[in-house]
Design a protein around this ligand. Structure first.
Ligand SMILES: Nc1ncnc2c1ncn2[C@@H]1O[C@H](COP(=O)(O)OP(=O)(O)OP(=O)(O)O)[C@@H](O)[C@H]1O
Length: 368
C-alpha cells in the first residue's frame, strides 16, 4: 500500500468524502504557511478550522477555493474530482467572507441572483431561486431593499444566501461572523447550523473562537504554525486534549509541567513541584516513567476544601477573586504554582479555604 493510500485510509470519514486535501504545503516566499496538511470533510459535514492568527487557516481555505496554488499537494479533490488544474471559478465551492462583499448599488434580490445570472440561468428561474434562498435566511420580505438599508447581520445572511443559491458542493466560510456584535453572533451561529442542516452542504468554517467551534461543528481541526495540532469531535478536543497547546487553546485554565513517575493503564502520575498528581492520559505518545508531560485541569473542576479522598489535594492560599457575572474566578497560590478555581453560584469566595483538590478523573495528562 502506498503512503498516499495509507493516509487516505487513516483520514477516511464515515460519510462520503466531499473534500480531500492530502499533504498540502504552501510557501509565501520563505514563509511556510502550510506544512504537509491533510484534511478530509464528509458530505454534509460541518468542519471547523480553528486556530490563532497566522496559523494558516485562510491559506488552507484559499488552496481549496483555488485562490492560491499549493507549492506541493499529493491530492486536492472536491466531490472526488481532482481540482488542482482548475481555476477558482471552475471549482464547485463558494467562499463567504467576513466582509460581505455585496454590491451596494443592487437590491438584495439582485445580489442573490448575481451568481445565477453569471451562469446564464433564465430570469424567472433565477428570481424564484433567489427568493427561495432569501426565504431560508428569513429576508424574503426585504428583497427589494438596497444593501445600504440593512443591518450587519442582515447583510451577512444575504452574503450567505448569495453563496448557497448556486448550490456549491462545499461552502467555505472565512470568519463570517467576525464583524458582528456578540448577541448577533450567537443568534447567527444557531441560524447557520440550521441552514447547514437544511441544505446538507459541506461547510468548512474558519474561526479563532474555540467557543464558536465547539458550538457549531461536527468536527474541529485545530491548527498551529501551518500544521494540524489536533483533530476530532468537539468533545475530543474539549475533554481529551493531546498536548498543552490544545489544552490551553481549548480553555484549560491550569496546566502544570512535570515528569511521569508511574503509569497504570490510562492512569498516569506526574511529579510536579514536590507533589505527585494523577490524571487520565490523553496524549498521542505512549506514556513512560521519566518522560516529561503536562497535567491540565479546568477551573470548574477544582474543589475547595475537599473532605473526601480526592487523588489530588494541595495546600492553597487564596490570592484574589474576580466576579464575572456568570461565575466567580478564584486565584490560589500552591506549591505547584498558581491554580484557578471557578464557582458558578457565588459572588464571594467562601472564607477560610486552606486546601484545594480535584479528582484524577477530572484532569488529563498529556504530551508537553
Ligand atoms: N500573501 C502573503 N504573503 C506572505 N505571507 C503571507 C501571505 N498571506 C499570509 N501569509 C503568512 O502566512 C501565515 C498564515 O497566514 P493565514 O492568513 O493563513 O493565517 P490565519 O490563520 O488565517 O490568520 P488570521 O486568523 O489572522 O486570518 C502567516 O504567517 C502569514 O503572515
Amino acid at each position: 500500500m502506498s503512503k498516499k493510500d495509507t493516509m487516505a485510509e487513516t483520514l477516511h470519514s464515515p460519510r462520503a468524502n466531499m473534500l480531500e486535501v492530502l499533504g498540502a504545503t504552501l510557501y509565501y516566499g520563505s514563509v511556510k504557511a502550510l506544512d504537509n496538511v491533510s484534511v478530509v470533510a464528509g458530505e454534509g459535514e460541518f468542519l471547523t478550522i480553528l486556530g490563532e492568527s497566522g496559523s494558516g487557516k485562510t491559506t488552507l481555505l484559499k488552496i481549496i477555493s483555488g485562490l492560491e496554488q499549493p507549492s506541493e499537494a499529493q491530492a486536492l479533490r472536491i466531490g472526488g474530482q481532482d481540482v488542482r488544474a482548475l481555476g477558482a471559478s471552475d471549482r464547485n465551492c463558494t467562499t463567504v467572507f467576513q466582509h460581505y462583499a455585496l454590491f451596494p448599488h443592487m437590491s438584495v434580490r439582485e445580489n442573490v441572483e448575481y451568481g445565477l445570472k453569471v451562469r446564464g440561468i433564465s430570469r424567472d428561474a433565477r428570481k424564484k431561486q433567489a427568493m427561495d434562498a432569501l426565504e431560508m435566511v428569513r429576508l424574503a420580505h426585504k428583497s427589494e431593499r438596497r444593501i445600504t438599508q440593512l443591518s450587519g447581520g442582515e447583510r451577512q445572511r444575504i452574503a450567505l444566501a448569495r453563496a448557497f443559491v448556486t448550490k456549491p458542493a462545499i461552502l467555505l466560510l472565512d470568519e463570517p461572523l467576525g464583524a458582528l456584535d456578540e448577541k448577533l453572533r450567537v443568534d447567527m451561529q444557531e441560524e447557520l447550523i440550521a441552514i447547514q442542516r437544511n441544505l446538507g452542504i459541506t461547510f468548512v468554517y474558519i474561526t479563532h473562537s474555540q467557543e464558536e467551534a465547539l458550538t457549531m461543528s461536527d468536527r474541529i481541526l485545530l491548527m498551529r504554525n501551518g500544521r494540524i495540532a489536533q483533530e476530532g469531535a468537539p468533545t475530543d478536543l474539549f475533554d481529551r486534549p493531546n498536548s498543552s497547546f490544545t489544552a490551553r487553546f481549548m480553555g484549560v485554565d491550569n496546566v502544570f509541567e512535570g515528569v511521569i513517575t508511574a503509569v497504570d493503564g490510562s492512569s498516569v502520575s506526574l511529579f510536579v513541584g514536590g507533589h505527585v498528581l494523577t490524571g487520565q492520559w490523553s496524549g498521542t505518545s505512549v506514556p513512560v516513567a521519566g518522560q516529561k508531560a503536562v497535567l491540565g485541569v479546568r477551573a470548574e473542576r477544582v474543589r475547595l476544601d475537599p473532605q473526601d479522598g480526592l487523588e489530588n489535594v494541595l495546600d492553597a492560599t487564596l490570592q484574589n477573586s474576580v466576579y464575572k457575572g456568570k461565575y466567580l474566578d478564584i486565584a490560589f497560590e500552591t506549591s505547584v504554582g498558581p491554580v484557578r478555581a471557578r464557582l458558578w453560584d457565588s459572588e464571594q469566595p467562601p472564607a477560610g479555604v486552606r486546601r484545594i483538590g480535584w479528582a484524577k478523573s477530572a484532569c488529563t495528562v498529556m504530551d508537553p
